[in-house]
Design a protein around this ligand. Structure first.
Ligand SMILES: *Cc1c(COP(=O)(O)O)cnc(C)c1O
Length: 400
């Protein structure tokens, strides 16, 4: 006789204070209240900002904008970076340039920050959520291919969702917490269906996939310089591309589509005012001078956490894929199956102890405005969010 499968209680009980102790063992003792991720301005930030004010160049025109864009393009291995006021508008622009139009569906992970989905809506599209791969945290290419086989229908050289009748225009992979999604496999699925690909590299500046920088893995990609990203401009973002024509179009559209003239105000399209001011770019220039140093520090911090949790019986640190070199934007602890009930007590104990930890984002399909959106089966996403905790990850927390 075969016994019915039973859900056994976890073998080793989990004491939340043990997680507090292991995190504390990694952090400098001088750090009592620790944020999830915060910047430190220890380079040329102040000098460059003072220069903006002294020279009166604080707005959209100014030498730091060009310098910052060049530094971004160099770091990401692309020809052009167009800096804008946020990562969200960078995504909106990128999706627009990729051909997303009113009523089109865009495939993106349910496990992402809400800005990815919001940008699809701002571009006129409809977010269509797909599942994550537990090994990468990004979109699972096999599950994506399977989902498309089930729901996609080709008509007149385009792909439609059989259930909704709407065109599926694009795929938006996100490199979650800095970890590169499996872009070769995702690009192959997109190519098979003729989908445009926009790379959401907002969390992965400085990360590499098979030696290639994140931000260079699709024809168009985006960055964010929000206050908690690896490089911050206070707020800001960028669109990356190696397509000269696309870059010209982006610069034109983000500066009100104004035609160059010595004095006349002529505009040939409905444009946007999305450019990054020079004062923000000045901050970004100083931050970019330290990008490599910060990536090294963040990887060291991951190593230190990894050692501190090596003999932790009830979970493990999420580790990068062999193909990846992650910027380790956020260090992620994943509890073993069976310890879901310990998630909230660990979040409470760590935050009570002055250690800012955070769970995964509420998956997009569980947010009220996206509850009715098209989606694939999401078993991996729904499982991961019950067991995932991000640990304090600022680069200055790394051991010397
Ligand atoms: C930060 C982020 C964005 C963009 O955010 P902004 O705050 O608008 O700069 C988009 N997608 C993801 C996954 C992000 O983490």
């Amino acid at each position: 006789m075969i016994a019915a499968a039973q859900s056994l209680p976890p073998a080793t009980p989990l004491d939340p204070t043990e997680v507090v102790r292991r995190i504390r063992a990694v952090l400098p003792s001088s750090e009592t209240k620790v944020a999830l991720h915060e910047p430190r301005f220890v380079g040329n930030e102040k000098a460059y900002l003072v220069q903006c004010i002294d020279t009166n160049w604080v707005s959209y025109a100014g030498s730091y904008v060009k310098k910052f864009e060049q530094a971004l393009a160099d770091a990401c291995g692309v020809s052009h970076a167009i800096s804008v006021t946020s990562g969200t508008v960078a995504l909106q622009l990128a999706l627009h340039m990729a051909g997303v139009r009113a009523g089109d569906e865009v495939l993106l992970p349910a496990l992402t920050f809400v800005a990815s989905a919001n940008a699809v809506v701002h571009a006129g599209g409809i977010p269509h959520f797909v599942d994550a791969d537990a090994a990468t945290l990004g979109i699972d290419p096999v599950a994506l291919a399977h989902h498309l086989e089930t729901i996609a229908e080709r008509r007149d050289g385009e792909v439609f969702n059989k259930a909704t009748g709407r065109r599926i225009a694009a795929l938006l992979p996100v490199h979650i917490f800095g970890h590169p999604a499996d872009m070769d496999a995702l690009n192959a699925v997109a190519a098979q269906y003729g989908l445009a690909v926009v790379e959401d590299a907002t969390e992965s500046l400085g990360s590499r996939y098979k030696g290639r920088p994140c931000g260079s893995l699709a024809p168009i990609a985006t960055l964010s310089f929000n206050g908690n990203k690896i490089v911050t401009t206070g707020g800001g973002g960028a669109v990356l591309t190696s397509d000269d024509i696309l870059a010209d179009r982006l610069r034109h559209l983000t500066t009100t589509a104004k035609l160059p003239h010595r004095w006349a105000f002529n505009h040939d399209e409905v444009g946007w005012n999305f450019r990054l001011p020079n004062i923000n770019a000045a901050l970004g220039c100083a931050q970019m001078e330290r990008l490599d140093v910060m990536v090294v520090a963040k990887r060291k911090l991951w190593d230190a956490y990894s050692a501190a949790f090596a003999d932790f019986a009830q979970g493990r640190l999420f580790a990068e894929m062999p193909y990846a070199k992650s910027n380790q934007w956020l260090v992620t602890l994943i509890l073993d199956k069976g310890y879901e009930a310990a998630l909230e007590p660990i979040l409470a104990a760590t935050n009570d102890a002055g250690l800012m930890t955070r769970p995964a984002w509420t998956p997009m399909h569980l947010l009220p405005m996206y509850a009715g959106n098209p989606r694939a089966a999401l078993p991996v996403t729904e499982d991961l969010v019950t067991r995932l905790i991000n640990l304090p990850s600022s680069p200055f927390l790394a051991p010397a």
